[in-house]
Design a protein around this ligand. Sequence first.
Ligand code: HEC
Length: 141
Amino acid sequence: MKAALFLISLFVLSIMLFQSDKVNRQELSNYNTQDSELALLMREMHEQAKLLKLLLVNGEDIDQYEADVDFILEAEPTRPSVQGDEFESFARYFLKTNKEIYQNPGIDNYNIMVESCVACHKEFCPGPVRTIQKLRIKVPS
Ligand code: HEC
């Protein structure tokens, strides 16, 4: 009986957490109605990459901050034409490189992650490509 009660409260709690997550997102998107969920996530990812670069260049640990990158698979884009199998495979590849940089921090893995941003952008959103390329960490050859 106790275990059942515990499970039920866990269930209710997780629904509450899920709901508040949704509300936060709505608040975020209401902040400026022109910004899509995907655009907002992208800005967060861009900030995350800038921070990673700073930490890596200074030889510091990078486990301090991680954006909710998985949301890339669900976030509503400005243009519906973006959605589809091709976007999804670029997104999944990015998630893989993003995971890798947190599991095996290092400049090489970081640059691979940046290239996965660039790859998707060349296909779906060429505007910010040059800005994203500036995230690369130059390695002396
Ligand atoms: C799977 C494809 C994909 C990946 C991976 C991706 N992007 Fe994007 N990005 C997009 C699309 C599509 C948009 C346009 C979003 C919209 O307007 O809804 C965008 C928008 C942006 C924007 C402009 C946001 C704004 O203010 O409107 C920036 C900056 C950006 N991405 C940076 C990045 C960075 C940095 C990474 C990697 C850490 C990255 N992106 C990875 C597809 C991608």
